[in-house]
Design a protein around this ligand. Structure first.
Ligand code: FEO
Length: 410
């Protein structure tokens, strides 16, 4: 069913209530969920987010009963995942005068997902404002909450924050507002934060910093309840939990370097892991005794092995260490391979082969994608020549992922 409710003057939630066991990122949402879209029926009618792709037609048919779709001027897409942008294809085909408003990163995705190559897009950046005829929207970019292209939208006049996934709950509620809920939703709200947002807690802190000076009277997310009471309690939970970055885990980065590029990567990894609350150090395997390296492996929770590639292979004495691993009990450890290379980077793959022969948990891209949906985190970590801005960003994201595993006891 589609559930409509007035939030403020000319602002309505239009929610698809999905009370099935909803499959989601290899979880099952046993309490179902809702997909909340919002209509701001101003002089320049605006839709903020849509519904899941399975319900696009139902959503558009319901919207038609409320507004002439040809009058819609803007469709704001805060986040491109199909549970929110999924109605865009159906809507855009009938709301032919609407401009699609999103971040730069979202444009290409939406064009490809919904065949919108010939539509007008308005790309917005942090702090941009949009007059929608009697109301003003501000856009704030919130990358990695929980995907790279995400933003949130704030309506100045009505003091409503539209944060899409952020501040959501997965419940197939029909009461719309949190104060009308039949039970205390706080635990479900916390579970949602833990599953979806906490792996990106550093970015949660950036988001909190961006909204801290906004006067927010209502939080209108895209799943579950609209929050209109105890707003500060919900924001404070995100703030408090995302500050918790310390772990009791330790890491060691063991490297063998030819031109110092892999050494610099090791230093970067130590720095990024430290930012995740993981106590970390690095060891040049060629300047340290074998016994000392093996002892460090035994006493660490996380071990990264890196080498430059020369003549298609590792350099130095790293392989002497790798040959020992299979005989060790590494069952509670997390291992990863990395390296700088110039041509093909075979050494990194050979290291990975050694790691896969152990009884440790070995990081690989396939597992990351399947378990989190993140497609910008890759293992083994491969950097061509010296690390530049883009590869450092990838390295930092990889370390954030390791940090999220460390919090979950690996
Ligand atoms: Fe609710 Fe990221 O989708």
């Amino acid at each position: 069913m589609i559930n409509k409710m007035k939030l403020a003057e000319n602002i309505y939630s239009i929610a698809k209530v999905d009370d099935r066991d909803v499959p989601f990122h290899r979880l099952t949402l046993t309490k179902g969920t809702t997909y909340n879209s919002y209509l701001l029926n101003t002089d320049k009618p605006t839709i903020i987010d849509t519904v899941d792709i399975s319900f696009g037609k139902e959503f558009v048919d319901s919207l038609k009963a409320t507004i002439d779709l040809m009058k819609i001027q803007y469709i704001v897409i805060n986040h491109t995942e199909p549970d929110h942008s999924g109605g865009l294809g159906s809507l855009a085909s009938q709301a032919k005068n609407a401009t699609i408003v999103c971040t730069d990163k979202a444009v290409e995705e939406l064009k490809e997902m919904y065949k919108l190559h010939n539509r007008n897009f308005l790309v917005v950046r942090d702090g941009d404002k949009l007059d929608i005829g009697g109301k003003t929207l501000i856009f704030l970019e919130t990358p990695y909450l929980h995907t790279e292209e995400t933003m949130i939208t704030y309506c100045i006049e009505d003091k409503i924050l539209f944060p899409c996934d952020i501040f959501s709950t997965h419940i197939a509620n029909t009461e719309v507002f949190n104060d009308l809920a039949k039970y205390d939703i706080f635990e479900d709200f916390k579970v949602y934060y833990t599953l979806i947002m906490h792996p990106h807690r550093k970015h949660v802190q950036y988001m909190i910093n961006k909204i801290k000076n906004l006067d927010i009277q209502i939080i209108a997310p895209s799943h579950g309840f609209v929050l209109r009471t105890e707003i500060n309690k919900y924001i404070a939970l995100y703030d408090e939990l995302s500050r918790n970055t310390s772990t009791n885990k330790s890491a060691v980065v063991i490297y063998s370097t030819m031109t110092s590029n892999t050494k610099k990567l090791s230093q970067n990894i130590v720095e990024y892991l430290a930012a995740e609350g993981i106590s970390s150090s690095s060891i040049d395997v060629n300047k340290t005794s074998k016994e000392e390296v093996l002892e460090k492996i035994s006493s660490s929770d996380i071990v990264l092995f890196g080498s430059s590639t020369r003549y298609g292979d590792m350099i130095g004495s790293l392989e002497d260490i790798l040959k020992e691993l299979k005989a060790m009990d590494l069952s509670n450890k997390l291992l990863a391979a990395f390296g700088s290379y110039g041509w093909s980077g075979e050494a990194i793959e050979v290291i990975q082969d050694y790691l896969l022969e152990t009884n440790a948990k070995v990081l690989d891209t396939s597992t990351v994608i399947k378990s989190t949906g993140m497609s910008d985190v890759a293992f083994p970590i491969r950097v061509r020549f010296s690390a530049k801005e883009e590869s450092l960003k990838g390295l930092e994201r990889a370390c954030e992922y390791i940090g999220s595993l460390a919090l979950n006891a690996i």
